[in-house]
Each structure stands twice: as C-alpha cells, then as structure tokens.
Write a protein that binds this ligand. Sequence first.
Ligand SMILES: [Zn+2]
Length: 464
Amino acid sequence: MFTLRDYQTETIDKVYQSMRQGHKRIIVQQPPRTGKTVIMAEIARRTTGKNNRVMFVIHRKEVLAQAKATFKQQNVDMGLATMGMVQSLSRRLDNLSPPDLILIDEAHHALAKSYVRILQAYPDAYVLFFTATPVRTGHDQLDQVADDIIVGKSIKWLTDHHFLAPYKYYGLGDIDRTKLRKRNGDYTVESMDQALDRKIYGNIVRQYQRLANGKQAVVYCHSVESAKRVMAEFEKAGISSAEVDGNTPAKTRDDLVAKFRRQELMILVNVNLFTEGVDLPNVDCVIMARPTQSLALYLQFSMRCLNPREGKTAIIIDHVDNFLTFGLPINDRDWEQAIVTKDKRTSKSTGDVGPAITQCQECFGTFYRSDMKDRCCPYCGHEMKAENKDYKVVNVDLQEIKNAELVKHRKDMAQKIIQDNLMSNIAGKSPGQLRTLQEFQAYAKLHGFKPGWAWYQYKNRRKH
Ligand SMILES: [Zn+2]
C-alpha cells in the first residue's frame, strides 16, 4: 500500500465532507504529477471495503494497466471494481453491475457524449471528476454535470514544499503565431506545420545544448514527421534520441521508455504520447515544439519534468510561445470560477489579464517581472534594461475564447511582439544598415522621426 501524503489525505477528507453536505457529483482538482491515481485508489479501497461497487473510467488506453496496478497495490477489492476506457464501458452499460461510486479520470472531457451516457445510466451513483484542469475551451463548463469542486494545493505550494521540482522557463518564440488556425479547441496540424519554420528543428538542438546540455529531455512535437525531423537533428549532433508516436508498436515503445529510464537514451521525442499517467521519472527537461490551445495539454507537457529530486532544477524550453497563452505553470488559476458555464458567471473575469511576464534578452529566461532580483535576470544575473519587453499573459481558463475583445487583444499582442522584435533588431543600427520599409518605419518610431522620413529614406535607398 502507498503511504498517502498529507495533502492527499486532506483532499480525501474534503471529498467525504462534501458528500456529507449532500453533494453527489464532485470535481476533484489536483495538479499534474501529484498522485491523482493514488487518491482515487484510496477512495476505491474505502468504498469496496464497505462492500460498495466502484467504476473507474479512463480516457486513454496507455494508462489503464498502470491504474489497475495502482488499485491492486492499494488493496482495492477488484471483485467490486469495474475499470475501463470510456468508449468500451459506455457501450456495455446494460451488462454491468450498477456502481455506487464512479471515478472519472481526466474529467475535463466529461461533457463528451460517452461520459454523459455513463452518468445518465447511473443517476444515483456518487461521481468524482478528477482532473488537473477543470476547464473546457467552449461555452459549457463542468457545472453542467457537477455540483461541487474541491481545489487541490497550488503548484507554488507544492514546489515550496518539495513535492514538485523548481524550474527555469525559457521562451524562444521560434513560431509564426499568425499562421495558427483552430479546430475543436486546439490548433490544426496543418496550421502548426505552416507556423513552424523548418529552421526551428535545428534550433531545438542548439537551444537544448545551450540551456540543458546533458539533461534527459522529452520533446513534444505536433506531427510524426516533425518528431522524426527533430530526432534526426539530435542524432546529427551526436545526442542519443528516439521517436515515439501513436503508430509505434507497444513493444518498441516500452523498450524505448525502459532505455530512457535506464538513462541510456538522452532525448525522447513524442507526439502527444507522454501526457497524463505515463511515468518517466528521469525527465529533467521538457522541450515544447508544439503550440496548443489546451490548458490541460500545456500543463501536462510543461510539468512532465517536475518530479522532484535532491538539488534538481528542471528546464522548460518553449519554442512556440505557449506561455503567451497560459502564463507560466506556476500561475495561480481560479478553478472555482473556471467550472462555471460562461453566461452564468457572477464575477466579471472575462478580460482578466495575468501578471506581467518578462524575458531576459541574454538567456531567454522567461519569468514574472516580480521575480527579478535587483533588476537582474533571476536565471543568469544579466541586468535587464528598461526597454525589455513585458508580456501580458492571457488566462484562458477565465476567458471566453470567442470573445471579440480577447481576439483583438491577441492580435494587438501578436502585433506588439512583432514590433518589439523589429525594434530590438534595429536598435543598434544606423540608417545605412536598414533594409526593409518596416525597418525604416520602426527606426523612425524609435527616434521620433516623422513617418514620411521612412518612406523617403526607403525609396531613396532603392534608387542606389
Ligand atoms: Zn538571463
């Protein structure tokens, strides 16, 4: 049996307290990597111990075997437990014994039809919705199916108490965000292909060598093709790496993961495979080469490397500006508000903006402005000059994505970043070194010249 950590016991106590208060369908929020499955197993043990039936519903087949093993280890009476994937369970509801308690894993998906079918089949059962991110990108939120929420410890608290490793976050912005298009709440693969310039793949290796050399890393890519390309670049640099995706045979995948565990492999490149549940304890660095609009995926990617170890500082390298959408992993998020379906919200949280994030021009370290030490970068000590750009981060978990204000805000933000890049590029140049009209315009703006100056200079140059 597992010995539960104090914060896990605290969560379990709160669950029973909520039930005693009359709630039947309760969201249990716990950050990634904090032992959600252990909490579920303990609740299942207590339930089956009283001769009540438990049903455990999971979203992905990769983690079912692992969850079963955890339940067995926790002495759950497996004769009273039904464990399975949502699709298969929802198709054989007629043949299953009705559960007294349903445990739903990755419950941010729980408004999907197959889940609703299960919930409707057992209206009298208690239901616990477990998720790190109780929020959906659309209009409807989890209050449609749940009547209470229990919020776990914050990521900051877990880090301060050594349950998660501290990290350094580097934002590199190699992506052209204007090319990204959305479908079903996340970016399309085709638009990600367009937005990621080919040069990013070599850059991934260079930045790894600069920021995390010698650390075992997991790379998140958006497609099999891009993942293979990243792997090839690592191999070219003499760094051992392997690629796994949904098409990799299970045996090959398990062998590669085992090799990675034994530290015989430095880099594991994957396409959406290492998200919830799959354990890889040696990861000290995460490289994001896949932009996402899903907060659940963002936290699963970025927090993958936060398993603590004495003296460890994890490295998160974000090539695709995910921090502009979600802030840093440690960002405080208002889950109680996030579960409320949009038009029922009482507080005016739409339009909320997170704390200012700033970036060191020396090391690309990305951090909250408040974490600067004597106006120096907390990572490398570089003195931050006044013109360093601040990013206003959007808390998407609090925002209506379709909201026109937000779309405009995003466009302004993208524009400002492009402008800022241009500004810093031309800052040290003389007019003779300028090439494009945009550069002349930025130069004029920087030096307070009239816009006509840029036109005149640009045209004049082209004559020569
Ligand atoms: Zn720095």
